[in-house]
Design a protein around this ligand. Structure first.
Ligand SMILES: Cc1cc2nc3c(=O)[nH]c(=O)nc-3n(C[C@H](O)[C@H](O)[C@H](O)COP(=O)(O)OP(=O)(O)OC[C@H]3O[C@@H](n4cnc5c(N)ncnc54)[C@H](O)[C@@H]3O)c2cc1C
Length: 287
């Protein structure tokens, strides 16, 4: 199994933040993942996907990071109605694969820079669709190396949150294909264009920093209303294009990010009496 020692965690997050990890392991298949989990009793570890919704602190991580971005990248079209997808498949690849096969309903996943497993953990979504709306079965592995398959109704899902046991990890999902949805050749391009015009897609970020607090106002609306666009602490600033995206200009630290998060949260609480909740997950040790 590929393993990196004393590697920079910033290389493994899209916002490019994080100190040094002692060890990063990249299991490729279920056997390697199982063996790895069984070798880790009582050791501190963390599972990540493509690192597009996380940041690590500047002091790094002294446990073991298990990256699933090279894990199970199988895409198996079972029949006309189902497709089985490995946790390491990228959302964009999955969406493009279906598009090539003239299957609609999954275009919203294109442009989400995460893995299927990470997106299941986050209940990722866009354009009024969420990943769990499409799943019929899912497979997990737990810390004891046991692998189990469950049906969709056995898991509770919420906006950007899923109730999975802390000691279990997604390894595969079965998605239902709805053949009644008409194939729209241009939908992927339309969504990509919408993203490009409204989001800073080519900069170092983790997507939305905060969850939307309610259906009335988005977090970006409140941040903008408070005049916080372009607010900067160190190398991290609020994007001009989309104020719920915080950008790392390349010199930012996780300390800057956490300070900016606190600053923005306090202002929104004071001015709108709304408590913003983070969508980004931050791990690791402070420096
Ligand atoms: C430019 C940009 C645009 C984005 N647009 C969107 C969007 O439109 N909609 C949206 O919802 N998000 C969006 N995001 C955020 C992010 O891409 C999603 O949350 C994505 O689903 C995270 O997947 P990941 O593989 O990167 O997970 P990571 O960020 O690596 O991990 C996220 C969390 O999931 C856990 N995790 C990862 N893999 C597993 C697994 N297999 N089993 C159990 N837990 C796991 C991790 O421990 C962590 O807590 C965007 C991010 C960026 C940078």
């Amino acid at each position: 199994m590929e393993t990196l020692h004393r590697d920079k965690l910033s290389k493994h997050t899209t916002i490019r933040l994080g100190g040094i990890a002692n060890k990063i392991c990249f299991p490729k298949n279920i056997e390697q993942f199982q063996e790895l989990l069984l070798s880790l009793p009582s050791k501190r570890f963390i599972i990540i996907g493509n690192g597009s919704n996380i940041a690590f602190r500047d002091g790094g991580y002294d446990g073991i990071v298990i990256s699933l971005k090279k894990f199970n990248r199988d895409l198996i079209l079972l029949d006309d109605k189902k497709i089985v997808v490995g946790a390491g498949v990228s959302c964009s690849k999955f969406s493009k694969f279906l598009h090539k096969n003239k299957i609609s309903g999954f275009e919203f996943l294109h442009g989400i820079p995460g893995t299927i497993g990470g997106s299941m953990a986050m209940n990722a979504g866009a354009f009024k669709n969420s990943i769990w709306d499409k799943i019929s079965k899912y497979k997990i592995i737990n810390n004891d190396g046991n692998i189990k398959t469950f049906s969709r109704r056995q898991i509770s899902t919420f906006y950007r949150k899923v109730n999975i046991n802390r000691k279990s990890y997604f390894v595969e999902a079965e998605f239902l294909i709805d053949r009644t949805i008409k194939f729209q050749k241009k939908l992927i391009l339309e969504y990509a264009l919408k993203r490009k015009t409204s989001q800073p897609v080519n900069q170092f970020s983790s997507g939305c920093i905060f969850k939307n607090p309610n259906s009335k106002h988005s977090a970006s609306y409140l941040i903008e209303k408070s005049g916080l666009k372009s607010t900067r602490i160190g190398g991290i600033y609020v994007s001009k294009k989309h104020s719920n995206y915080f950008i790392n200009d390349g010199r930012g630290t996780c300390n800057d990010l956490e300070k900016l998060i606190t600053f923005v949260k306090n202002r929104i609480k004071k001015e709108h009496n709304v408590s913003l909740d983070c969508e980004i997950h931050i791990f690791g040790n402070k420096k």
